[in-house]
Design a protein around this ligand. Sequence first.
Ligand SMILES: CC(=O)SCCNC(=O)CCNC(=O)[C@H](O)C(C)(C)COP(=O)(O)OP(=O)(O)OC[C@H]1O[C@@H](n2cnc3c(N)ncnc32)[C@H](O)[C@@H]1OP(=O)(O)O
Ligand SMILES: CC(C)C(=O)C(=O)O
Ligand SMILES: [Mg+2]
Length: 543
Amino acid sequence: MNSKIVFFDTTLRDGEQSPGVSLNIKQKIEIGKAIAELGIDVIEAGFPITSPGDFESVQTIAREVKGATIAALARANQKDIEVAWEAIKPAERPRIHTFIATSDIHLKYKLKKSREEVLELAKQAVSFARSLCPDVEFSAEDATRSNRDFLAQVVLEVVKAGATTINIPDTVGYTIPQEYYDLIKFLIENLKANGYESALKKGDLRISVHCHNDLGLAVANSLSAILAGATQVEGTINGIGERAGNAALEEIIMTLKTRADFFKEKLGYEPLVNINTKKIIPVSQLVSQHTGMLVQPNKAIVGANAFAHESGIHQHGVLCERSTYEIIDPKEIGWTGSAIVLGKHSGRHAISFKLESLGWKLSKEMLDKVFEKYRSEVKDILRKVDDAYLEGIVLDLLLEREYRYKLTSSQVISVLSGSLKPIAQVEIEDKKLGQRVSVGLGIGPIDAAYKAVASALGYTFTGEEGKKSLKLLDFHIDALSGGTSAEGVCGVILEDERGIKSAGLGKDGDIVIASLKALIKALNRLEAYQEKGETLKKEILMV
Ligand SMILES: CC(=O)SCCNC(=O)CCNC(=O)[C@H](O)C(C)(C)COP(=O)(O)OP(=O)(O)OC[C@H]1O[C@@H](n2cnc3c(N)ncnc32)[C@H](O)[C@@H]1OP(=O)(O)O
Ligand SMILES: CC(C)C(=O)C(=O)O
Ligand SMILES: [Mg+2]
C-alpha cells in the first residue's frame, strides 16, 4: 500500500491562468521556493511553449528550486514536449506533463478530431516524452465529461506507452463527489484488471486528480477521489486558477490532517506525512501579494476571518477553551493565534478579555456599565470595534466630567470653484487655558476644520515644529439611515507621539459637525489617558 499521497502544486501554471494574473520570473522563483519549503512533492512550474519568458522561468525554477519534482506542461505534440523537456532538464527530478482532451465536446468542437486520432496522439506524446524523461504524467483533459469506456481505453494505452502518473481532471468543475469517486474507482479497477495492481500498490503508477471549482466542489471532489484510491492530488495555493479556480491545496492538506482519523480508517494508512503546515500562511500571503488576488476573508484556512470570533457566545467559548469553536490550532498553519474581534454581536466576556489585555481589570459592576455604554453607543454603529473605542468608554465613565475641551462654536465654509480654499473657524473652551480660537484652511471643509482645532490646541497633523504631533489612523463617516436628512456618524482614531491611541465617535445631522465632535472626543480621551490612564489601570476599580 502507498504510504502517502503525492501533492502536486500548479499555482505557477494553472494558478497563473487566473484572469489578470501575470507573474515575473523573480516572483515565480520566490513562490516556487516557498512551495517547496512547504513540502509539496511536485511543482508544475509552467507551460514552456507559451513564451520565451515562461520557458526561462521554468528553466530557472528547474535549476534553483530543490527538494521537489519540477513539472512542465506540454500539449500532445512533439514540439511542445521538446521545449518542455529542454526547460526542466536541469531539475533534480524533472517531469513532463502532457495532455489532450478526451471528451466528445472537446474532440468535436475544439480539436476537430476523432477518438481514434486522439488516442493515437496521446500514445505518441507519452512515448515520445518517455524517450526523454523517466517521469511522465498524462492528463485526459475534460475527463469527467468523457465517455467512460473511451477514457478507460486512453488511460490503459498511455500507461502501456509509459506514463507513470495518469491525471483525471475535472477540467470544468462539473462532477460531484460520489460520481467522481465512482469514476476513479472504475479506472483503478480497470488498470488492476489489466495487470497494473502491483504498480499501483507500489506507487510506480499513480492516479491523479485535478479539480476545478466551478460548482464550489473542487476540494470535496479531490477528497472523494482520494477515498476512491487516487494517490496524487493537484491544486493551487489559495485555490487560484482558471475561472472559479482550482482545488485549494491548503484545504485538502488541512482536511487530511484534521480528519486523519477518518482517512486512516478508510484508507488503511495516514495520508499526510511530509507537509510543513506552519508554512501555509506565509506561502498563501506570498501568492496573494504577487498575484494581486486577494484572499476572501471567510476563505477556509487562509482567510483573515478563518480563526476570528465576533459573536459573544463563541467568544466566551473560545476564551474558555479554544477547541469549543475551532477544529484547528491556527498556530499549526502559521497564524499567530485566534482573534477575538469586537463587533455588534460581542458580549461581556470578550469585552472583559480585551480590556484586561489593555491593562484594565474591572469590577463586575464597572464591566456592566461599560457593556451598557458599548451596547447603546457603539455596537450598532461600528462594524468592527477597535480597542481604542472600548478604552474610550472606560475613560468616559471615569473621567468625562474632567474632560478638558468643549467645542463652543464653529463655522465652516466650503468652496465650489475658483482659487479660494475651504475655511474653518473654531472656538474651544479649554479648562486649563481658557477660550481658544483659531482658523484653518484645507483641501475640503473637514480638513479645514481639523486644522483649525489642531492649531487652537497646539497640535499638528502635518509635523509642524514646536507642536504636538498627531496621526490620524482612521477616519470614516457613515449615514445612520437613508435619505438626505440622515444623521451622520463619524469615527476617528488618533495616535500621539508616544503611540497612545485614542478614538472618538461624533453624531450630527451635519457631517462636518459630526467630524468635529468625533475629533474633540478623541482629543479629550487622549489627554485624559495621558494624565491618568496608567495610574487608573494600576487600581482594581470598584466603581
Ligand atoms: C485545461 C488547461 O488548463 S490547458 C492549458 C491552458 N493554458 C494555456 O493555454 C496557456 C498557454 N497557452 C498559450 O500561450 C497559447 O495557447 C499557445 C502558445 C500554447 C498556443 O497558441 P496558438 O498556437 O496561437 O494556438 P491557440 O491557443 O489559439 O489554439 C490552441 C491550439 O492548440 C491545439 N490544442 C489544444 N490542446 C491541445 C493538446 N492537448 N494537444 C495538441 N493540440 C492541442 C488546438 O486544437 C489549437 O490548434 P490549432 O491552432 O491547430 O487550431
Ligand atoms: C492541463 C490540465 C491538467 C488542466 O489544467 C485541466 O484539465 O484543468
Ligand atoms: Mg486545470
